[in-house]
Design a protein around this ligand. Structure first.
Ligand SMILES: [Ca+2]
Ligand SMILES: [Ca+2]
Ligand SMILES: [Ca+2]
Length: 291
């Protein structure tokens, strides 16, 4: 807009305020929850846009909203970390693919996230209904752990690995890699509890060290159906999803006319030496309009 000024009389000066800046991207995506697992990017103020004030759940959600609004990477940390978004007006299940998720996968760097969808069945505008998995190539593989729970423990001091235990008697750590990401804690600063448990479906890691001496880790793609996954159908970092692929835990297909909420959850538990843990990252969720 313009400022209009009369030359002769100050009383006639009219100043039109600048209009509100248009948001850079679609504002139809609203973050409802952001609960990453611990990870090298969690709390990283240098490369991941945290500013150190994320000490409440609300502040963490605001951070996640800002990242997705600006199409910047939002890290989900190690296994089980997730983000839940609501889609204004919902996403209609049209013929073929309905939405896409932009990540940063490329050949040899796939960090698959499982995509879950929900309808606001009780109409309260909250994601408190039933999550359905969008089927991927590994959904019902014998190698997939259908119900995996991992409890992460807050480190006792700064610059320590984050220890975890799972529901199958396993344990491990999310390594603190100080030479790459030197924030004091990889455990989310806004989680007040001394531990927290993330639950989901776990895919068998394909990661391996091609060099044999720890210098070249490769994270191969899974065949289809995941976010942040450089599969054949992934184009320019975008993976496409069809609501018609919704399945119940039994594996039976579920017919959904539309969905209101989408959850993306890191599906791998794997440390890869100096490149750190496998961690799904996403930049945005895009509705595909086929009309
Ligand atoms: Ca569809
Ligand atoms: Ca990635
Ligand atoms: Ca609801």
């Amino acid at each position: 807009m313009t400022m209009v000024a009369s030359s002769c009389n100050i009383d006639e000066v009219t100043i039109t305020p600048f209009p509100e800046q248009e948001p850079e991207t679609s504002s139809i995506v609203t973050v409802y929850d952001y609960t990453p697992a611990p990870g090298q990017f969690i709390g990283d103020t240098k490369t991941m846009g945290f500013d150190g004030t994320e000490t409440t759940r609300e502040a963490a959600i605001a951070y996640a909203q800002r990242r997705l609004d600006n199409k910047q990477l939002l890290p989900l940390g190690a296994f089980g970390g997730y983000v839940v978004v609501g889609i204004e007006g919902g996403i209609t299940n049209r013929e073929g693919d309905d939405f896409a998720i932009l990540g940063n996968a490329f050949d040899g760097s796939s960090e698959p996230g499982i995509v879950w969808v929900m309808r606001d069945e009780n109409g309260n505008a909250e994601p408190d209904d039933t999550w359905y998995e969008l089927e991927g190539s590994e959904s019902f593989s014998d190698d997939t752990i259908q119900h995996y729970e991992v409890t992460y423990y807050r480190p006792e001091a700064e610059n320590m690995d984050v220890e975890w235990e799972d529901n199958l008697g396993g344990k491990g750590v999310v390594e603190h890699l100080a030479s790459f990401h030197n924030q004091a804690y990889y455990y989310p600063t806004w989680i007040a509890e001394e531990s927290y448990t993330l639950v989901g479906k776990c895919l068998k890691s394909k990661s391996y060290d091609k060099s044999g001496n720890g210098t070249q880790w490769v994270n191969p793609a899974f065949e289809w159906g995941y976010a942040d996954n450089a599969s054949a159908e992934c184009e320019a970092g975008e993976n496409r999803f069809d609501i018609a692929r919704a399945v119940a835990t039994s594996g039976e297909s579920v017919a959904l006319e539309s969905v209101d909420f989408v959850k993306v959850q890191c599906a791998i538990q794997q440390q890869c030496g100096w490149i750190g843990e496998v961690s799904t990252e996403i930049k945005s969720i895009i509705i595909i309009d086929n009309e």
